[in-house]
Design a protein around this ligand. Structure first.
Ligand code: UDP
Length: 242
């Protein structure tokens, strides 16, 4: 797609959203039979699957920690998830995103309850349209809860940014590509703590405060959908006597 002249016309974005509006969001918990916990999230055109295995014995054993479990995280984009085929396998970007996703999730998991264990989190991007690291973290938090792993809080994440001089919530790939700033944020919604904050581009101090407050608003909405997905999951489990 060529760069449109303007990304915001009469206060509306290219997809018709207001600047503070999230894309349509759908979350389903417990979608994979063989994983201990799983979740599937659609946010606009993003389609992301998260799977959790563990707590289980850590291999290789020399990576075991005597006083805590280790959270391992792998973010992966399917070759067919983006317009231009993504070469399979890890690259600089996926290594970075795996690391920041792990750091965004670690603070909520009671890792100290499982010495020597590993908890493995897989984030698989099936279709990407910007905001995959944040949507992946949102999915992974639901998958961890679905695995029954004790947690202090959930983690909800969304990107905010600046497009045509306007602060916007939840950028699409067009907005990410042609906007001036992209700031992914993850929060622990109950405790209101930030567990991920990255920035590509620039904000003034005032813009930063406005963007952060918009990110918190977006995460609140995402948090409600996460809780709803978990409630639905457990009512089905109860009905099935699982
Ligand atoms: N993207 C792509 N090919 C790639 C990597 C990214 O087309 O190899 C697109 C994809 O839509 C992705 C977006 O660029 O969601 C923005 O990527 P970024 O690195 O900013 O991470 P994200 O916003 O997905 O967390």
């Amino acid at each position: 797609m060529e760069k449109p002249e303007r990304l915001i016309v009469d206060g509306k974005r290219l997809d018709g959203r207001a600047p503070d509006e999230l894309r349509p969001l759908r979350i389903k918990a417990g979608v994979l039979k063989r994983a201990d916990g799983s979740a599937y999230v659609e946010l606009g055109r993003n389609k992301i699957l998260a799977a959790v295995y563990g707590p289980r014995e850590m291999h290789p054993r020399h990576l075991q920690q005597p006083d805590t479990a280790v959270l391992r995280c792998r973010y992966n984009m399917a070759p067919f998830s983006v317009e231009e085929r993504k070469r399979p396998g890890p690259d600089r970007r996926s290594v970075e995103i795996s690391k920041v996703a792990r750091e965004a999730l670690e603070p909520v998991v009671f890792l100290e309850l499982y010495p020597r264990a590993a908890i493995d989190v897989f984030i698989e991007v099936l279709q990407a349209d910007a905001g995959t690291r944040t949507t992946g973290i949102t999915a992974a938090a639901v998958a961890l809860a679905d695995a029954g792993i004790p947690m202090r809080d959930l983690v909800a994440a969304v990107a905010v940014g600046k497009v045509d001089g306007t602060i916007v919530l939840d950028l699409t790939s067009e907005e990410d590509q042609w906007g001036t700033t992209d700031m992914p944020v993850a929060i622990m919604p109950r405790k209101k703590l930030i567990t991920l904050l990255q920035m590509d581009g620039h904000f003034t101090g005032e813009e930063f405060r406005q963007a952060l407050s918009l990110a918190f608003k977006g995460c609140e909405q995402i948090y409600e959908a996460q809780k709803q997905a978990l409630r639905e999951r457990y009512s089905v489990k109860r009905e099935e006597g699982e």
